[in-house]
Design a binder for this molecule. Structure first.
Ligand SMILES: Cc1cc2nc3c(=O)[nH]c(=O)nc-3n(C[C@H](O)[C@H](O)[C@H](O)COP(=O)(O)OP(=O)(O)OC[C@H]3O[C@@H](n4cnc5c(N)ncnc54)[C@H](O)[C@@H]3O)c2cc1C
Length: 507
């Protein structure tokens, strides 16, 4: 049975692997000349710049996603780094009792607890609750659940999953805690400021950080040395070894439908490819409203398309620099305040800056040189996309001016930057949109909002359309690589179920 897959991001490649294992003949059509989508690295001179891939949930056996990644990749062949500190935050208004301005979010939970309690013994009770909640996350046994697709489970099996109710109750209890609500419980002004600044002064569910921290402590949320390109190459190799085919530089225009059945795809160059099934692993909005002309929707999908129920995840401006110097002893990930607000060309004002210093990955730069990238989250993706369309020269000028301002700030903070910068690259929401087609340049699909574990409204099928399936990071709000993988595995199982073929992996 032939399946056309749109997109060779993590989700498209993973779905392709699972379907090949299940005796389908799949062909992936990818608009770019390389796989990876958002999970990508690119070369500038001697340097390799990263899209920002910092951690992979399931990089080690202590997290159940390890089992899933291991179905597709030899995880032992990748060297994952667990940083001593997940991030370091330079505060502005306060000082620690010992006069420090930098807060360390240690990955080792015992160390984190000692550090927090030493910093503020009066906050011991709240600190212990925080650490215990992460220990609790670590203690839950999830593996059998993660391999199942809820809608395919017979009632008898669903009943067996009642034993996971305590996990759901627990998650339900902690999901509403945000960095701000937690900060308000603390007596120490230094810790309060640090927790408020965990997400650059935004109020975000604390689980967004406690979940990776819990698994970071168990060495199961690490960074793969070699970055995104190395990781994606492994996934692509598996897919090709399983007999899958990829056509690069093959943007898909439409999904072909006859009698409400998907029958293949039409490429931008006008040619068509017939297949028994179509699986889109591309942007959700493009798939539903462009490739299928918005013909297969219901009220829920319509309201998602109008951004009534969920918001799109932030996009980013990423200033990447190749610098001819080492950054020994510097934090690998530093959030710091700015002396003066920085206004980006799209009008967003930043009072802080987030620097990734890749001093820990020698594959990204020659010895003695370092890749540094600075990320700015923005909600003004459309401004960048529109400017690039309207006036390419002005777009380039704005990028150059902004990069110069960022270099000046880094010069003041670290010294010895300006005259050592060898390569500069500015990726904007227009770049993200152009290279990955993600709606509004979204970095991770939908923003989870405060209700972080609520039921996802995105389904792997569309109402009224047969032989069509969807996978990708838009499938569950919050997105990220685990969602890209899990939704691909689920979609492959659903396809097997619907077509009567056996899923290729022993459950
Ligand atoms: C800066 C940054 C940092 C991140 N850091 C992390 C992290 O540390 N950990 C983590 O878990 N997640 C991280 N993420 C998120 C993660 O990278 C994404 O959620 C994930 O890669 C999405 O995979 P996907 O396959 O669902 O979608 P995509 O990567 O968007 O893949 C879709 C693919 O479809 C192709 N495509 C689209 N339209 C068409 C078309 N019409 N025809 C043909 N091809 C098409 C695209 O070119 C692309 O290759 C980060 C994202 C960003 C931007």
């Amino acid at each position: 049975m032939k399946v056309s897959i749109i997109g060779a991001g993590v989700s498209g490649l993973a779905a392709g692997c699972y379907l090949q294992m299940s005796d389908f003949h799949t062909t992936i059509f990818e608009q770019n000349d390389r796989p990876g989508g958002l999970c990508v690295s690119w070369k500038r001179g001697e340097y390799t710049f990263e899209s920002g891939f910092q951690w992979l949930l399931g990089s080690g056996p202590a997290n159940p996603f390890y089992l899933l990644w291991s179905e597709l990749i030899d995880m032992k062949s990748i060297h994952f780094i667990t940083h001593e500190s997940r991030m370091d935050i330079e505060v502005k208004e306060t000082r620690s009792p010992s006069g420090e301005t930098i807060f360390h979010l240690y990955t080792n939970l015992d160390r984190l607890r000692s550090y927090l309690v030493e910093t503020s013994p009066d906050d011991r009770i709240e600190i212990d609750k925080l650490i215990q909640s992460m220990r609790r996350i670590q203690s839950f046994e999830i593996p059998p659940m993660i391999k199942k697709v809820p809608q395919l489970l017979p009632l008898t099996q669903k009943v067996r999953y009642m034993k996971y109710l305590p996990l759901l109750w627990f998650l339900n209890r902690i999901r509403k805690e945000t960095n701000y609500s937690f900060a308000r419980k603390l007596k120490s002004p230094f810790l309060r400021e640090a927790f408020e600044l965990l997400f650059d002064g935004e109020e975000v569910p604390l689980m967004v950080i406690t979940l990776p921290l819990a698994y970071g402590d168990l060495r199961a949320a690490g960074y793969p040395v070699g970055g995104a390109a190395h990781f994606i190459e492994k996934l692509k190799d598996t897919y090709l070894k399983l007999g899958g085919e990829i056509h690069f530089k093959s943007p898909v225009r439409k999904i072909l439908v006859r009698n409400n059945r998907a029958e293949g795809i039409q490429l931008e160059n006008g040619s068509s490819v017939d297949s028994d099934l179509v699986l889109s692993a591309a942007d959700w909005h493009y798939t539903v409203f462009e490739a299928l002309d918005g013909k297969y929707i219901n009220n829920e999908i319509r309201s998602l398309g109008n951004l009534e129920n969920l918001n799109v995840y932030h996009s980013l401006v990423i200033v990447s620099l190749g610098i001819k110097r080492s950054f020994e002893g510097e934090s690998h990930f530093l959030r710091m305040p700015l002396e003066q607000d920085l206004v980006s060309p799209d009008g967003t004002t930043y009072s802080r800056l987030e620097a990734n210093i890749y001093n820990y990955d020698p594959t990204l730069a020659p010895a003695g040189k370092t890749v540094v990238s600075v990320s700015f989250y923005t909600r003004e993706a459309d401004w960048w996309i529109d400017l690039r369309k309207r006036n390419r020269a002005l777009y380039s000028r704005e990028k150059t001016i902004f990069a110069r301002e960022v270099i000046d700030i880094l010069e003041k903070r670290f010294g010895r930057i300006t005259e050592h910068v060898e390569e500069v690259d500015v990726a904007t929401p227009a770049s993200i949109y152009r290279y990955t087609n993600n709606w509004k340049g979204s970095a991770q699909g939908w923003l989870p909002g405060k209700n972080i574990i609520s039921r996802s409204p995105i389904k792997p099928t569309l109402p009224g359309l047969k032989n069509f399936y969807y996978t990708g990071h838009w499938s569950i709000p919050g997105g990220g690589l685990p969602v890209a993988l899990k939704s691909a595995r689920d979609a492959a199982q659903i396809i097997c179920h619907d077509t009567g073929l056996k899923f290729g992996i022993e459950q």
